[in-house]
Each structure stands twice: as structure tokens, then as C-alpha cells.
Design a protein around this ligand. Structure first.
Ligand SMILES: [Zn+2]
Length: 478
């Protein structure tokens, strides 16, 4: 279909008064009825959405009752049928507006005010429906850092409890340190937020236990059916908590949560090696992961501040990740997050670790991109995080999700990374791709479905998720 932008002058006849609209009817009766064919050679086909011009498309969209009149005039309906089919007419009108909105989103047309105004209403109704759909859609979250997933409200509750117990606590209220609504943390300000604040606030068994439980509740409330939570084992000298105790506490909290009969979300744990770790430290992390496999640790990760890597050499981790794989653990890596640490040389070393999945995948050359496609690696994409932290240039519509989605070589996994900091739930990430990349509901379902294969949780769990997703699709008639 030929797309032409309408100028104000061209649009005016459709939105202005009777006198001007008269031009579009053969006589007054037709004008009163609003059903006459306008002069000229315009035509439209309601079934196939074909219009001879955008004028016709927009004119046809003025009101739902115009349809009724039109259909009646065309002999499609008699008076009684017209009355009984009002809901259908309304639906048809909504679909027309929606269709025009889609075209507008593709910059093909500008809508005149007669359409734009009802379109705003339609859009907000549609937005609400989309949000509900994305929340109800069973989702799989594979890239979520435990500490970064704690909401400000939860941190505030922990702070209040600690302040009561120890009034001299040298920490400020999280509501001041991380003001509500603030999401513009970049790589320079993001990591200190954890090292200088969150880790110090959540440094004992009670706070780790409480925050883990709250994070699980939040993910489940958002419709997550399967969660792989990741965390870097930490020790806290102030409270005497060792790395082992930390991992135990997190696993206990997950076990406790899953004992609750009303819970259907499955949660497994990944332990993260920090890029700044020494070989010995990294090996210690892998050994911990191996030791706790029987309690639900299913994989390991390489994470940490990509701007602070000493000497930019990741080869020291090759052996430790090989050990993880040999012991049946899944491997995922933060990959090409910052330009500074995304040379082909470094990325090829990371790929030599044979990861099952890679996260972010921003600063990749064509050669690396080709290699990733060839291996069909599952990509953990964190759109809101990348946009808010300015890790990519531009906004949501500029995210590399689009390129990978078009290319269709690799499974794509929408992830939150740090929902506590960037305030975008996994449901919202699905809303974002629908809004900015035009995914239909079926495609959103497919997107969620394709995240089953790359999980580290085993075949039985994959089967459970496939069954769950298929019956949900059938139940929702997608
Ligand atoms: Zn991450």
C-alpha cells in the first residue's frame, strides 16, 4: 500500500465543519447519513484493509457509528442488525484505529486530530491490555543479580530494622541514597552503589534471608515461572559471615520459599566470579558452586565492573570455567558490556570458555557477531538496564534486540539484570519489545517459549515449562 503523509491542509476537511465535509458527498442526504461515497475516485476494501488513499483510511475511522451507517447503506445490515451489532462495530473501529496507529508508529502517516484523539484512548486501553498480557504470560528470568533485584522498599525495611537494633549504624536511609524513580545509574555510579552501600546494608544472615525472600516474591508476582538468580559469594568481616555461609543462607531462603505450597516458581542459583578476582579467588567460587550443586546451584557466571579489569586479561579464568563445565555446571558470561573491555582478542578468549549463554552483547565487531551466530549462542538481553545505564547509544528503539530479532540466528532471552536499580520488571521488558519492535502477542509468547532451551535447570524442568507454556497458549487462544 502506498503511504503518504497527510498535510494539515489535507486533513482539515475530515475534522472540520459540515460545510467543508460537504465536498465529500454527492448530496446533502448522503452527508446527513454520513454514508455517501465522496466525490472522486476513492475506494476502500474493509476486508483487506486496502484503501485508495490515506484520506479514505482516516475518513473511515472517524466514529464507530459511521461504520454502522456505511454498512447499512451498502446493504450489509438492516436497522435491527445494526442495533445488535454495535459491539462488533466498536471492535471493528478499534481495530481500524489500532491498525492506523501501527502505521503511524512506522512513520508512514500522521494521524489527523479526529483520529488521534480517540486513538489516544484506544492506545491507553491497548497498553493496559498489553501490560496485563505480559504479566500473565509465564516467563523465564535467567539474568537477575540477587542484590540488584532488591527493591528500594525492601532495602528501606531492612534499614529500619537495623537502625532500631543499632541506632549508631553509619548508613543513610536507602530512600535518600537511591531516591525513588532514579534509574540513571551508569557504569561509573552503578558498581559503587553496591560496594559502598547495598552490600554493607545486607551483610548478615537476617537481611540476606529477608531480601532473598522478597526478591523471590517479586519475581513470582510478576509471572515468572522459572528463575535463575545469580550472586557473587561474599564474606562480611563485620558480621563474621563467610562466603560459604552466604551461599547457604541464600539457598536456605530459596528452599524455604519453595516449601510454601502456594508457590509454583522454580528457582535455581548461579554463582558469579568477579572479573577483578584472582585465579585463586575465582577457583574458590567454582569450588563452592560444585559443592552446592545438590542444593540447587546449576551454573556459574563472570560478572563485575567491566571498566575496572586489571590489565584487561581474562585468560586466567579459562581453567576455572573449564572446571565448572567438567563438573556439569552451566556457564554464562557478561559479554561485551563496555567498549573498553570488548576487543576481539578479549571476546575470543571469553568464547573459548564455551559458554552456554552470554549476557548484554553490546560492543561486538562483525567478526564476533558472526561467530556468535554460528554458535547460535543464547543471548541474555537487558534492554532497560542498557538504556538507563547508557551502555548503548540511543534509546529503547535503538537496542540491538532488533538486529538479533531480525536475524533469528540466536535464541533471545529478555532479562532484568537489576530490577531493584532500573525498576523495569521482566513483564515490562516484554511490553517494551511489543511497543518498540512491534512483536505480536504470539511472538511474545514465542519469545518466552524459546528461553526454555537455554536454561541450566535440566530436562525435567524444561519439560515442565514446555507443558506450562503450551497449555497457557491454548488457554489464551493464541
Ligand atoms: Zn548482569
Amino acid at each position: 500500500m502506498e503511504c503518504t503523509c497527510l498535510s494539515r491542509k489535507e486533513v482539515k476537511p475530515f475534522v472540520s465543519q459540515k460545510k467543508e465535509r460537504m465536498d465529500y458527498y454527492d448530496n446533502k442526504e448522503q452527508q446527513r447519513e454520513g454514508v455517501g461515497r465522496r466525490k472522486g475516485d476513492g475506494w476502500m476494501n474493509w476486508e483487506s484493509w486496502e484503501f485508495s488513499s490515506w484520506r479514505d483510511a482516516i475518513l473511515s475511522c472517524l466514529t464507530p457509528s459511521a461504520y454502522g451507517k456505511r454498512w447499512k447503506a451498502e446493504g450489509r445490515l438492516d436497522e435491527e442488525e445494526l442495533r445488535s451489532c454495535r459491539p462488533r462495530l466498536k471492535q471493528f473501529w478499534l481495530e481500524t484505529v489500532e491498525h492506523l496507529l501501527d502505521l503511524q508508529a512506522m512513520s508512514s502517516i500522521h494521524l489527523c486530530s479526529a483520529v488521534a484523539q480517540p486513538a489516544v484512548v484506544v492506545m491507553s486501553v491497548k497498553m493496559e491490555e498489553l501490560e496485563v498480557f505480559c504479566k500473565q504470560l509465564p516467563k523465564i528470568e535467567l539474568h537477575a543479580h540477587l542484590s540488584g533485584s532488591i527493591t528500594r522498599e525492601c532495602l528501606h525495611e531492612i534499614y529500619k530494622k537495623r537502625k532500631e537494633a543499632e541506632p549508631s549504624i553509619g548508613l543513610e536511609d536507602p530512600m535518600i541514597v537511591i531516591p525513588p524513580g532514579k534509574v540513571d545509574y551508569d557504569l561509573e555510579t552503578f558498581f559503587p552503589l553496591f560496594s559502598k552501600y547495598i552490600y554493607q546494608l545486607c551483610n548478615d544472615v537476617q537481611s540476606v534471608r529477608y531480601s532473598t525472600k522478597r526478591v523471590l516474591q517479586d519475581f513470582e508476582a510478576d509471572g515468572v515461572a522459572y528463575l535463575e538468580l545469580r550472586t557473587t559469594p561474599r564474606e562480611f568481616k563485620e558480621t563474621g559471615m563467610s562466603k560459604e555461609q552466604y551461599v547457604e543462607t541464600v539457598l536456605e531462603s530459596i528452599e524455604q520459599y519453595e516449601k510454601d505450597a502456594s508457590t509454583s516458581m522454580k528457582t535455581l542459583l548461579l554463582l558469579s566470579v568477579d572479573r577483578r578476582d584472582s585465579f585463586q579467588k575465582a577457583l574458590g567460587c567454582i569450588d563452592l558452586a560444585i559443592r552446592y550443586k545438590h542444593r540447587g546451584v546449576v551454573g556459574v557466571d563472570l560478572c563485575g565492573d567491566p571498566l575496572r579489569l586489571q590489565k584487561g586479561d581474562v585468560t586466567i579464568f579459562r581453567e576455572v570455567f573449564a572446571k565448572a563445565r567438567e563438573n556439569g555446571l552451566g556457564v554464562t558470561l557478561h559479554f561485551a558490556e563496555a567498549a573498553k573491555t570488548s576487543s576481539d582478542e578479549e571476546l575470543l578468549v571469553l568464547l573459548s570458555f564455551k559458554p552456554g549463554r552470554i549476557g548484554h552483547v553490546i560492543h561486538v565487531s562483525d567478526a564476533i557477531r558472526t561467530e556468535i551466530s554460528k554458535r547460535k549462542l543464547a543471548l541474555e538481553l537487558c534492554i532497560s538496564c542498557n538504556v538507563h545505564a547508557k551502555m548503548i547509544t540511543g534509546s529503547f528503539q535503538d537496542h540491538h534486540f532488533r538486529d538479533w530479532w531480525v536475524e533469528k540466528q540466536c535464541p533471545l532471552i529478555l532479562c532484568t539484570d537489576d530490577v531493584g536499580v532500573f525498576c523495569s520488571t521482566i513483564s515490562n521488558e516484554y511490553v517494551i519489545v511489543a511497543q518498540h519492535f512491534g512483536l505480536t502477542r504470539l511472538q511474545l509468547w514465542e519469545l518466552s517459549f524459546q528461553t526454555i532451551d537455554p536454561i541450566f535447570g535440566g530436562e525435567e524442568e524444561k519439560m515442565r515449562l514446555r507443558n506450562l507454556m503450551v497449555s497457557w497458549r491454548e488457554g489464551n487462544k493464541l
